[in-house]
Write a protein of this length. Structure first.
Length: 141
């Protein structure tokens, strides 16, 4: 009768038994040459966005009633988030670039821009802007 390994030993049937105290046999197959590494660019971009959010929350605090639940929650969130963005962790240039990117995205996603783009796609242009208040144009002299 051939030597059988106890179940769960990790060795295939018919393999020689391993000595007590020896490291477990390695699995065979293709293994990656390196372990996955987080993308530094995405990490820097996320940190810049977080820095802008921390700045925004900081600017909101003075407008909140002192001692209110809202102010307490914002302070608590700031304390947790600010430790991930210590002063100098994100350069002012990166913060400015991210702020400009967010502003551009907000403008592109505004309802007026979307309506104008939809009108252009359907062949009709937006009517020319009239005077404020929607009244009739002034008479020609």
């Amino acid at each position: 009768m051939p030597d059988m390994m106890p179940p769960g030993s990790g060795a295939p049937p018919g393999a020689p038994p391993s000595a007590p105290g020896a490291p477990p046999p390695q699995a065979t197959g293709i293994q990656p040459a390196t372990s996955p590494v987080p993308e530094r660019g995405l990490e820097a971009q996320a940190q810049a966005k977080l820095a802008l959010l921390v700045m925004g929350l900081t600017h909101l605090l003075p407008g909140m009633p002192v001692g209110s639940d809202m102010a307490k929650d914002v302070r608590e969130a700031l304390n947790k988030l600010a430790k991930h963005v210590p002063p100098g962790a994100v350069s002012p240039g990166i913060q400015m670039t991210e702020a400009q990117r967010q502003l551009l995205m907000a403008r592109q996603n505004s309802p007026m821009i979307q309506a104008a783009q939809a009108a252009q796609m359907h062949g009709g242009g937006a009517p020319p802007p009239g005077p404020p208040g929607g009244g009739a144009p002034p008479p020609m002299a």
